[in-house]
Design a protein around this ligand. Sequence first.
Ligand code: QVZ
Ligand code: ZN
Length: 332
Amino acid sequence: MASASVVDSQLNEVATKVKQYHFPVESIPRLSYDDPEAERLIRNEEPVILTGTNLVASALQWSPEYLSNNIGHGTYTVYSSKNHKFLYYDDKKICKVPTFTPPTTHQDMTFQDFLNKVTEWKEGEPYNYLQQSLNDSVGPQIVQDFAAFNWKWISDERAKNNWGALTSNLLLVGMDGVVTPVHYDEQQNFFAQVHGFKRFLLFDPSMFGCLYPYPVFHPHDRQSQVDFDNPDFDRFPRLRELKGRQAILGPGDVLYLPVYWWHQVESVPGYGMTVSVNFWYKSGPTEKIVYPLKPHQKVAMMRNIEKMITEALNNPEEVPPLLQDMVLGRYT
Ligand SMILES: CC1(C)c2ccccc2-c2ccc(C[C@@H](CC(=O)O)C(=O)C(=O)O)cc21
Ligand SMILES: [Zn+2]
């Protein structure tokens, strides 16, 4: 297991290797889990990298080889993409957009088959990304490691911040260089890095207007239409106002990723396969409305308005003209 100082020096080296985009980025604070400032940031729903949580200390041995030898022969969902980007889509919304073509496919296979695919991968072949809820189909050694996660710490955090229930732990095993393009989720997330290095680009919820998400009824709901590798400033002019944050995670690091915060996640090219475990929690109930509303509350409001109009019109094609009639030349 790499010691903290080794990870620290590697993080500095990784920071010099990550790709730069058109927007400026500032670093996310990296604090010890028992630092009062870390607690304040989490309470205030701002991102922070936590060291020393031991949240997944028992999993720091989870190299892809260790997993292959201990995870058993159950099958796991493996996503495939013709390039290194894995744009999420919601199967259930495909019917709303007849012209939609899924950018990724997925199939179930054993961990061993997945690892063989990665080991034998050649330039030009599809990229693969294993994403699977940790469940009881895994081997006894993995169950033991999972049981040894620092559940006390994370359940105390959940209670302190009045979050809802833990909804899932995703085991994520990515090939060198895979990217999950910029999107937001509707859950609180403690993201634990186990093996390899991941770089997060983060944008606070007020950046909604600069990231041009797909319509709520679109299969790519919650994902940005923007491709950071090929930004279209004509179609998305407010991209120029974008300001980002950056977090580089090494083994043992835990990132608090607040609900509604935009994030793009990259398995840093050249640093090999990555293994991560995320902990998604339902966000807590809003005790009472306090004005001015927070940016993420306005995002939730816009989502509800889009859903209401789409359901009321009962035809996705009528949504754009109605919204344009309502806004263009009147609120622009
Ligand atoms: C790209 C992939 C494999 C996928 C394909 C199809 C459906 C869902 C997903 C999905 C969901 C979450 C992640 C983890 C993480 C991003 C990252 O670590 O790459 C992230 O965004 C988060 O923890 O919130 C990754 C994926
Ligand atoms: Zn996400």
